[in-house]
Design a protein around this ligand. Sequence first.
Ligand code: NAG
Length: 369
Amino acid sequence: MHPCLILLLLGGLPALSRASPFQQRGLSDLGKKVDVKSLMLLMMNDQDEGSGFVDFDMPEYPGCPFGCRCNMKVVQCSDLGLHYVPYEIPADTRLLDLQGNHITEIRENDFKGLNNLYALVLVNNLISKVHPRAFLPLRRVQKLYLSHNQLTTVPRNLPSSLEELRIHDNNIKKIEARTFSGLHKMNCIELGRNPIKNSGLEPGAFDGLHLNFLRISEAKLTSIPKDLPDSLRELHLDHNQIKAIGLEDLRHYGELYRLGLGYNRIRHIEYGGLYYVQNLRELHLNHNLLASVPSGLPEMKYLQAVYLHSNNISQVEVDAFCPASFSVKKTFYNSISLYDNPVRYWEVQPATFRCVSDRLAVQLGNYKK
Ligand SMILES: *[C@@H]1O[C@H](CO)[C@@H](O)[C@H](O)[C@H]1NC(C)=O
């Protein structure tokens, strides 16, 4: 399930909520195929008019592009070997699925007239070129999925109605200043698996965005970028080459609930480096080179899950996680992982975990995967 779906689900669509909010694996495991069914459910949930959408039920109606299936304003043209976006897509289409084709280029008029489109799925094609005006007709589009293509830049002139952009696994090295300007509704961007270095994020690259969610995992970052939107609630930077967390690195990200920094090369977290992220619920630092539990955890009132497994931690102090006074902490931990560290687990004092909801919430050496 996609993280953006999770965010939306937290806002109330429990039927789809299969993954626990505290399982990062569920979050990052996107798979290559977009699940059109859950997208449809999401679309129905997002519909303003409610039932108006469902009464359209003709399996094939005139104007359906050859080979595609058109039903209930959903046009499915996936895995057809298409080299171009087909002509004659019905103007009332709400969801257009073109994934798994051989499309190399998006031309100026490919989406002309599709001003009712809600979601456009172009995942898993060979797209390297997008005409700068191609997306302009999509005045109501909320979701644009361009993952697994060959783009070298984020397309220009994205529609201002856009809320979610997935552009995972392309060949983007650089995000230019003002790339996202005017996109006031954007909530969620998935940029992972692109060869982005810190220097590739130009100053002002994210200007004007009020994002909840950003993922730049599996990139080439060597430190936490400082110029990301300060509205972020989730930031995923796992599988990069980040070496340290400096005192000011998280300064702008005080709204963060969930921070993913697993699978980096973090050896050092400056004293006070976590001071600015007092709202954190979940912190992933597993698979790094930390020699100790980072300082500042006991002061985080809401921190519930902290993942420190597979580091180089050789000692865990009795006050590493919990504050001296019980009244400080508003929520107890429900997950602490420490396995696969050189610490002698039998020497860790039980009182270290006095602010944990349940003894089973602590994973020490015995639970090594
Ligand atoms: C792990 O920590 C020890 C000191 O406690 C150090 O000698 C060793 O080099 C560290 N290992 C790595 C891989 O950084």
